[in-house]
Design a binder for this molecule. Structure first.
Ligand code: NAP
Length: 459
């Protein structure tokens, strides 16, 4: 059994009280995790570390990011194994999505930092230039669906810009953050630059958000938790980035190429058991293609490999939505049942005959459940896609009109004839109830720095 420990000021330690980390593959206890209730020692360690770390040049910090990337890359298989064990996802997803992207987050921001240009604004009689200063101690809070991937997406730019970090992984998936901590100690990252604390969200997560010396919070998680984080952080005037839930539409227009649309929409439905905030859980198909799309989609679904969902408790939530769908008049045309083996297994589930305004079709389920709806015009598809409180992502499948429709979807990100195709320079984030702010490329640089303008009058 793994003993997960906190990393504070370069030292690993546990707490008197610990809790179990359970694998959703077969419900076995795989680790014990500290139940941390105070963040003060991490803040004190971070304050000391900030003195030196913030004085390093950006090139020196880029070199550190590359060293962390090297350390992760050397243990990429181990990361994949731990992530698969902790989340239940298939090992190839853990390797090709989670592990590789975690390495790439550090590599990307190292390269991005080296390429950062001076920002100057010339006037007739003066020159303005921007100095990007670190914010200070930043709190980074991440969910369980892509544990190391999402945490490193925050840690890398935060360190790059000279901040020191207090990170909290989800209580359900602490294993890879613990390994990252060990790697950082092994490579000699200065003590206190990266601190990792474990525990329950409402306890240690809340303490991070409340602590007055933690100057910025980057939070990824559910919309309800995001609201609580915002309510706590706003009166303290903290910088706040909120990456929250979604209920994204995959729109198949009448001129779609089904050769790419069917596998693309299927992957968007069920990758990571539908537990990616970007998953397309509302599938809108033009009536002229509906039958042919559906038969090919269901045929390909028979061969799609998914793992369990994150926990028995989460499976209960998903099952309650399947029951809700039935009571709302939906037809379960695929799956809908628990898979009878130890662990949090559930069949991928496809539901039709629901109104696109039903609760099942508009609330985030965050599991392997999709609803399929048909439409008769682009206008109708756009209206249906926009009829949720969320606005995170979406995809449009069309030979000719993808861009036109994509631009009218109320979401932070829309793909055309692809899904989850990521360039780390682009803005990532949602509108409406899906969040506030953007991360990625210059948007992360902006969040994790204070831009100070110096205006110099010419002689
Ligand atoms: P969650 O329950 O909101 O938890 C997210 C993180 O916040 C966890 O580390 C959690 O700790 C912590 N937390 C809980 N209560 C807190 C509090 N009062 N103060 C501070 N932190 C607190 O979300 P989840 O169930 O882990 O993740 C699923 C959700 O994340 C879905 O809604 C999904 O759409 C969203 N998500 C969004 C994005 C995006 O980029 N927009 C990406 C991935 C996931 P514990 O785990 O210990 O409770």
């Amino acid at each position: 059994m793994i003993q997960v420990k906190n990393l504070v000021g370069g030292q690993f330690f546990s707490t008197e009280e610990v809790f179990d980390d359970i694998s959703p593959i077969n419900n076995t206890v795989i680790a014990s995790v500290p139940r941390t209730k105070s963040v003060q020692s991490a803040v004190s360690a971070a304050e000391i570390a900030f003195e030196e770390w913030s004085k390093l040049s950006i090139e020196e910090r880029c070199d550190w990011l590359d060293k962390i990337a090297d350390g992760l890359e050397a243990r990429i298989e181990e990361i994949a194994k731990l992530e698969a064990l902790d989340t239940g996802k298939p090992i190839d997803v853990a390797l090709n999505v989670d592990s590789k992207r975690s390495v790439n987050n550090f590599r990307f921001f190292a390269g991005f930092g080296r390429d950062l240009k001076n920002e100057t604004f010339e006037m007739d009689d003066a020159t303005n230039y921007v100095v990007r200063k670190p914010v200070g101690i930043v709190g980074l809070i991440s969910p369980w669906n892509l544990p190391l991937y999402l945490l490193t997406w925050k840690i890398a730019p935060a360190l790059l810009m000279g901040n020191v970090v207090i990170a909290k992984p989800s209580e359900l998936t602490p294993l890879t953050a613990h390994l990252l901590g060990k790697i950082c100690v092994e490579i000699g990252l200065p003590n206190g630059v990266l601190n990792i604390v474990n525990g329950y969200g409402p306890e240690i997560g809340q303490k991070i958000v409340e602590h007055p010396k933690i100057k910025a919070i980057s939070f990824t998680g559910g919309t309800a938790t995001g609201k609580q984080v915002a309510a706590t952080a706003a009166p303290l005037f903290k910088k706040l980035s909120l990456e929250l839930g979604g209920k994204n539409a995959s729109i198949v227009l009448d001129d779609a190429d089904l050769e790419i649309a069917v596998p693309g929409v299927l992957r968007a439905s069920f990758l990571n058991s539908g537990q990616i905030c970007l998953c397309g859980s509302r599938i809108l198909v033009h009536s002229s293609l509906y039958e042919s799309f559906l038969s090919r989609y269901l045929e390909e679904l028979e061969r799609f490999e998914i793992g369990p969902v994150i926990s028995n408790q989460h499976r209960e939530k998903i099952l309650s939505y399947i029951e809700l769908a039935k009571s709302e008049g939906g037809s379960i045309i695929f799956g809908g049942n628990v898979i009878e083996k130890a662990g949090a297994w559930i069949e991928p589930t496809v539901i039709t005959d629901l109104s696109h305004k039903s609760r099942t079709a508009t609330e985030e389920i965050f599991g392997p459940v999709v609803t399929i709806h048909s439409f008769d015009s682009d206008e109708e598809a756009i209206e249906m896609a926009n009829s949720t409180e969320y606005g995170l992502a979406g995809s449009v499948w069309s030979r000719e009109r993808g861009r036109t429709v994509a631009e009218r979807i109320e979401s932070g990100m829309v793909w055309v004839n692809t899904w989850l195709h990521r360039d780390l320079r682009v803005p990532f984030g949602g509108i409406k109830d899906s969040g506030v702010g953007r991360e990625g490329g210059m948007w992360s640089i902006g969040f994790f720095s204070e831009a100070v303008n110096i205006c110099v009058m010419e002689d």
